[in-house]
Design a protein around this ligand. Structure first.
Ligand code: HEC
Length: 495
């Protein structure tokens, strides 16, 4: 009986500790004891340096993702870190250079905070020791690819625009498969542990990845996809995982959602932030550009879909009704409808707009089609942008993808360990097919030729469905699984 009383207390205590810890400005207190590489230095390097100094992108010939590599010299051949001798360490020299100096690090960015510079210098002066706990010394890079005992939950998949490749989000990497699932042809291993969203660029030459490591850093990766599959950009953004990446149709920008409720976009070539907007009041899980590249649509757990203009970074409108209760539950999936031709309409501000439509879905399981731009003045509570509502699915909709022409879309769900994939005709709202032998679905992709829809999710398998009948035509595990280690014979031999 006693343990019943004790357990909740212990639990409560466990919950409150981080809360107290967070509310205390303990960070700035005078340090007690030596600087910890693992707890204090590594997070600074992860956030500010590793994007350009990792095995997939070793600028200056210098890698900072492992402790051993950090001590090795880069192209200059000079020792980067000399234990106990901060003034002989090139790393210290570089972070002390003034902003604008061509050798200052982080390159072309704001200098590190004085307190962080000080910490790194103290750590080197104190002997630059590695206090990484033994249990976490699992470095993952191209020479040490992730090992899977079980297939990982799949959060995102995408077909290349030419229909030859299927990209699958794994743990710490993106796996490139032949589109028919016949072979694994590439592994894109970067810094982020969690990969939340992946999309090929409209020209198929690049792949954008949104991810990060929970409560540590968010990251956008841009990979050049060719024989070598090079990491072009690794941009650290916020201190938490990023979601819902989308490309502008002209291929110059990617937009994504952040845990700080912001919608952001960066220039896909330089990584420079070009959009920041805080109109949402909860996690932003999906984004989509309008076909004219000028606006970003975003969906959030706050139960709304919003429109933001990129050029001015201005919030334009709520696309969905803002009446409380109009939508039950948060929104999880969005896709802008591809259009064969541009139609110009008059917006309520009198300006010409390119007509666009977007599907979205979420916790209530009901797919809805909206027009992006308002054509009649809002009256309180109206839902005038809504074009069509489709028959509801069982479960929460986690993914929706149009076919290339925009004439059909697929929706995939997950609830209580079950899931289904349905394909609808956009204009008639006709149900084309449904399939519930998919397991819980988090990710869908429509093959550009229109005959196949790929679905993946909780059980870590990719299923290729016939887009007309919904039949599963192929099923495969997209990661190489390691066999369970053979039982070592004990000292007395097997028995
Ligand atoms: C935007 C990319 C970028 C970021 C971020 C960045 N670096 Fe660099 N770093 C470079 C490039 C490019 C070079 C090679 C050219 C040069 O030496 O300036 C370099 C070179 C270096 C070198 C010299 C290595 C050698 O021996 O040749 C050191 C040390 C270094 N960086 C440290 C850092 C540290 C510390 C940070 C984080 C505070 C950082 N870098 C962040 C791009 C970057």
């Amino acid at each position: 009986m006693r343990s019943f009383r004790v357990t909740p207390l212990v639990l409560l205590f466990g919950l409150f500790v981080p809360w107290f810890a967070r509310s205390e400005p303990a960070k700035d207190k005078a340090p007690a004891g030596p600087v910890s590489y693992y707890r204090e230095i590594r997070p600074i390097l992860q956030q500010h340096c590793q994007g350009c100094h990792q095995p997939a992108k070793p600028l200056g010939g210098y890698v900072m993702t492992t402790f051993q590599a950090l001590l090795q010299p880069g192209d200059t051949g000079k020792a980067s870190v000399v234990p106990k001798q901060a003034d002989k360490s090139v790393l210290i020299e570089r972070i002390l250079l003034p902003k604008g100096h061509k050798e200052a690090m982080p390159k072309d960015k704001d200098p590190l905070l004085a307190a962080d510079v000080d910490k790194i210098r103290r750590w080197v002066s104190e002997g630059a020791t590695d206090d990484t706990p033994k249990t976490v010394q699992d470095v993952i890079d191209d020479k040490h690819p992730p090992l899977y005992k079980l297939p990982p939950t799949i959060t995102s998949i995408d077909f290349s625009p030419d229909g030859t490749l299927l990209a699958v989000a794994g743990h710490h990497e993106v796996l490139l498969h032949k589109a028919d699932g016949s072979a694994l042809v590439g592994r894109l291993i970067g810094l982020s542990e969690r990969i939340q969203a992946i999309r090929f660029s409209p020209d198929g030459k690049s792949l954008a990845v949104a991810g990060g490591s929970p409560a540590r850093f968010g990251e956008i990766q841009i990979w050049k996809i060719d024989k070598k599959n090079r990491l072009e950009l690794s941009v650290p953004i916020t201190f938490d995982t990023l979601y819902g990446i989308s490309w502008s149709p002209d291929g110059t920008k990617v937009a994504f959602g952040c845990a700080d409720n912001s919608i952001r976009a960066i220039d896909a070539a330089t990584g420079k932030q070009v959009l920041f907007q805080l109109a949402h009041s909860d996690l932003v899980l999906g984004t989509a550009f309008t076909q004219d590249n000028e606006n970003v649509l975003s969906i959030s757990r706050d139960m709304s879909m919003k429109l933001t203009e990129v050029k001015t970074q201005r919030f334009v409108d709520n696309v969905t009704s803002i009446t409380p209760g109009a939508l039950k539950g948060g929104l999880l999936a969005i896709d802008r409808r591809p259009q064969a031709k541009r139609t110009i309409i008059k917006g309520i501000d009198g300006a010409d707009k390119v007509y666009d439509e977007v599907v979205m879905g979420g916790a209530d399981g009901i797919p809805r089609l909206y027009k992006v731009h308002r054509t009649v003045t809002r009256t309180i509570g109206d839902d005038n942008n809504r074009v069509r509502v489709y028959a509801g699915l069982s479960g929460r909709i986690f993914s929706m993808r149009f076919n290339k022409e925009g004439t059909r879309f697929a929706a995939g769900t997950s609830l209580d360990g079950k899931g289904e994939v349905r394909i609808y005709e956009t204009d008639s709202a006709k149900l084309i097919s449904k399939q519930d032998a998919t397991g819980p679905v988090f990710a869908l992709a429509y093959h550009p030729a229109g005959k196949v829809v790929a679905a993946a999710g909780f059980d870590g398998k990719v299923r290729l469905l016939d887009a007309d009948s919904g039949k599963v035509v192929k099923e495969f595990v997209p990661v190489p699984l390691v066999a369970a280690p053979a039982k070592k014979p004990g000292p007395k031999g097997p028995g």
